[in-house]
Write a new protein. Structure first.
Ligand code: NAD
Ligand code: TDX
Length: 332
């Protein structure tokens, strides 16, 4: 049994991880989350109070972070500003949380010699051509495109430097696009599902040819637990489930699964600097640590995700109008 500190545990992937830990281990969890627009207490509802505690606070608050590190065995760092479109609008919070926040945690890990796992993204590698036979690996050069991905790349570099210079016991994982329950309606898949529920036509950026490599958030969680258990300190692991799909196919499948005509969507203004394709080669994680994803059918994963959004309208309804107004102001 370990005492885990999970930053950003009230967000999409962090809350999925907390549910996964409670169901699959006997660890206790403290969530440190600022409850920004992206954090939601309701994502932790129903979890046992004697095993999960929520501390509302900022990862860049050094005294708070130091106090929490002194009372935990390991830290999993999910907290971030996570949305590319927001980073194009206002990069400042991305610098503050993703860079200064990670720096603050690294200093605390150094002081208290606490094991840290840093959650990152495949976007640090930039993008691939549609016909490129290569996929990203642990040795692909960093080449981030957006303010969001550049701050995530910066945070990864800080972790590597603190491992080498100060002996901090840290690992890093870079995962591909996640989908599943508790994802904010600003993101692609929940936006389109909730659009269909509301009678709004789905919105596809540009021509819709961009490819993302989808993984269910629960598979991301099992991979992170595997790395926490068996990962080698100082190493990076890529997490992916061979889920490449172009955005057009995803929208058409959502429409079909929701009983609508597959052509009932709009092409809208493209994202500035829009990455064309991400693709992860997760051979290292599978071979060296023995991890395998459980969700092998993207279509079935989408079906259960659609059912979750239909059944949990209270969870997302409050954010929907504001998100659509933001996109409408940009022609998206
Ligand atoms: P999210 O936006 O849903 O959640 C982020 C959480 O962090 C929220 O609960 C928010 O309140 C909290 N937070 C933000 N700033 C904070 C601060 N200063 N202090 C404390 N808490 C703060 O994001 P997500 O999609 O769950 O992403 C989680 C992590 O996974 C991020 O580090 C992201 O880069 C990474 N990641 C995401 C994906 C994806 O597909 N969504 C893929 C790979 C990696
Ligand atoms: O309405 C939309 N229409 C659309 O075509 C939205 C919101 C998005 N898109 C496109 C843009 C992307 O090609 O869909 C794709 C996915 O978009 P997002 O959900 O915004 O994800 P992405 O930009 O790929 O980044 C995600 O994966 C990597 C997460 O938000 C990041 O936090 C993670 O690092």
């Amino acid at each position: 049994m370990a005492r885990l500190l999970v930053t950003g545990g009230a967000g999409f992937i962090g809350s999925n991880f907390v549910h996964h830990v409670i169901e699959n281990t006997d660890h206790t969890v403290t969530v440190l989350d600022k409850l920004t627009y992206a954090g939601n207490r309701a994502s932790l509802a129903g979890l046992p109070e004697d095993r999960v505690e929520l501390v509302v606070g900022d990862v860049a608050d050094a005294p708070l972070v130091n106090d929490l590190f002194s009372r935990h065995d390991a830290v999993v760092h999910y907290a971030a500003e996570s949305h590319n479109d927001n980073s194009l609008d206002n990069p400042h919070p991305f610098l503050k949380t993703n860079v200064i926040g990670t720096y603050t945690l690294l200093e605390a890990a150094r002081q208290h010699d606490v094991r840290l796992h840093h959650i990152s993204t495949d976007e640090v590698y930039g993008d691939l051509a549609l016909d490129d036979p290569q996929r990203f690996t642990e040795t692909t050069a960093y080449n981030p495109s957006s303010p969001y991905s550049s701050t995530k790349a910066a945070s990864d570099m800080l972790v590597r430097a603190w491992v080498r210079s100060f002996g901090v016991r840290a690992t890093i994982s870079n995962c591909s696009n996640n989908y599943g329950p508790y994802q904010h309606v600003e993101k692609f898949i929940p936006r389109q599902i909730t659009n269909v529920i509301r009678g709004i036509r789905p919105k596809l950026y540009g021509t819709g040819q961009n490819v993302r490599d989808w993984i269910h958030a629960d598979d991301h969680s099992s991979a992170v637990l595997t790395i926490l258990d068996r990962g080698v300190i100082g190493e990076t692991y890529l997490i992916g489930a061979d889920g490449e799909e172009n955005n057009r196919d995803v929208v058409e499948t959502i429409l079909e699964l929701m009983g609508e005509d597959r052509s009932e969507y709009d092409l809208v203004t493209d994202r500035a600097g829009h990455d064309l394709r991400y693709a992860i080669d997760s051979t290292r994680l599978r071979r060296e640590l023995g991890w395998e994803p459980a969700f092998t059918s993207f279509r079935e994963g989408l079906e259960s995700t659609i059912a979750w959004y239909r059944e949990n309208e209270d969870w997302w309804a409050g954010a929907k109008d504001g998100v659509e107004a933001f996109y409408a102001s940009k022609g998206q």
